[in-house]
Ligand binder design. Structure first.
Ligand code: DP6
Length: 317
């Protein structure tokens, strides 16, 4: 029987992707830069079956993104009906990048189960077709998603052990987001007067982010990442109807990060399409950051991660 299980970790963008070119293959409007996490993980198993069935965290679902993805994949490869089971050890659809680890793991498991013999770059391109940010979770450490040889593919820019930063996530809500990324991006593209400025400035942010990573320059990376995050949320808020993903605790957590920065702690924040605040800090500041964020009213809990590996096949023992 053809079957395989893959593990994939979510990634957090430091230079954000928000907007696509026309078409159905998730070609981003701009390059992006991210870190892949450890600790948080999605485990995806696929096996040949009588009909397609998708189970996420124990519940059978009808997922349009997965259906569309399988249609694209079957146009290129001969694949039987599939049973897909996926489990994440973190809240899904709440701005913690579950679609990134989900599609990176799904594609990696399908590639292994049916011996499609894809290269890592091909896996990244295919994962991107499922969800743009998933292209980056194929790789570990610091990862850039950019145009290469006429297609959009991620690449590793710094291995995971090279710069051992820590990520402290403040969870401020466990409920699923109301407008998904795909729909939200299209809305911003169609309606925000800031969209052109966003795509232009993101190109230079990406170049500045790559330089900061290559030089391991924390304060430069902090400034680029916070700026990219705040510009993306300004773009979201200026869309019609407005996209607003923050809650009160999100704002309070940003204030707490500003306070820590004022006290000389090396920490910065980033926020995606949800109310959680992700902070990056130097390893020796982790305990201080955790204590401060945990004391913010409305923060339900904190998660601590390091940098993790790209998606990989779970070898049967
Ligand atoms: C805010 O990759 O989820 O997390 O390509 O439509 O599936 P689709 O969108 P998705 O969007 C991620 C948006 C973001 C920023 C980022 O990860 O770069």
């Amino acid at each position: 029987m053809n079957e395989a299980t893959a593990l994939a970790h979510p990634n957090i963008a430091l230079v954000k992707y928000w907007g696509k070119r026309a078409g159905k293959t998730n070609i981003p409007a701009t390059p992006s830069l991210s870190i892949t996490l450890d600790t948080l993980v999605t485990r995806t198993s696929v096996r040949e079956s009588e009909q397609d069935q998708v189970e996420i965290n124990g519940t059978v679902v009808s997922d349009k993104k997965i259906q569309d993805f399988l249609i694209q994949l079957r146009a290129a490869y001969s694949l039987p009906p599939l049973s897909i089971e996926s489990f994440s050890n973190f809240p899904t659809s709440a701005g913690l990048a579950s679609s990134a680890s989900g599609f990176a793991g799904l594609l990696t498991a399908i590639d292994a189960a049916f011996r499609l013999e894809m290269s890592t770059s091909e896996r990244s391109i295919w994962a991107r077709r499922g969800s743009g940010s998933a292209a980056r979770s194929i790789f570990g450490g610091f990862t850039s998603l950019e145009e290469e040889n006429g297609d959009w593919c991620a690449r590793n820019v710094l291995p995971m052990g090279a710069w051992p930063l820590k990520v402290v996530i403040a969870i401020t809500s466990e409920t699923a987001k109301n407008v998904g990324s795909t729909e939200g991006m299209e809305r911003s593209k169609q309606t925000s007067p800031y969209y052109g400025a966003w795509t232009e400035s993101t190109k230079s942010d990406h170049a500045a982010g790559l330089l900061a990573v290559s030089q391991q320059d924390f304060s430069r990376l902090a400034s680029v990442a916070e700026s990219s995050c705040l510009k993306m949320h300004a773009l979201m808020l200026s869309s019609q109807p407005p996209l607003s993903y923050w809650n009160g605790a999100t704002v309070e957590t940003i204030a707490a990060v500003r306070e820590l920065q004022g006290a000389g702690i090396s920490v910065f924040f980033t926020i995606d399409a949800g109310p959680q605040v992700k902070t990056l800090c130097q390893e020796d500041a982790t305990d201080i950051v955790v204590d401060r964020l945990a004391s913010v009213p409305g923060v339900l809990r904190t998660l601590v991660c390091g940098l993790g590996p790209g998606a990989y096949v779970d070898q049967p023992r």
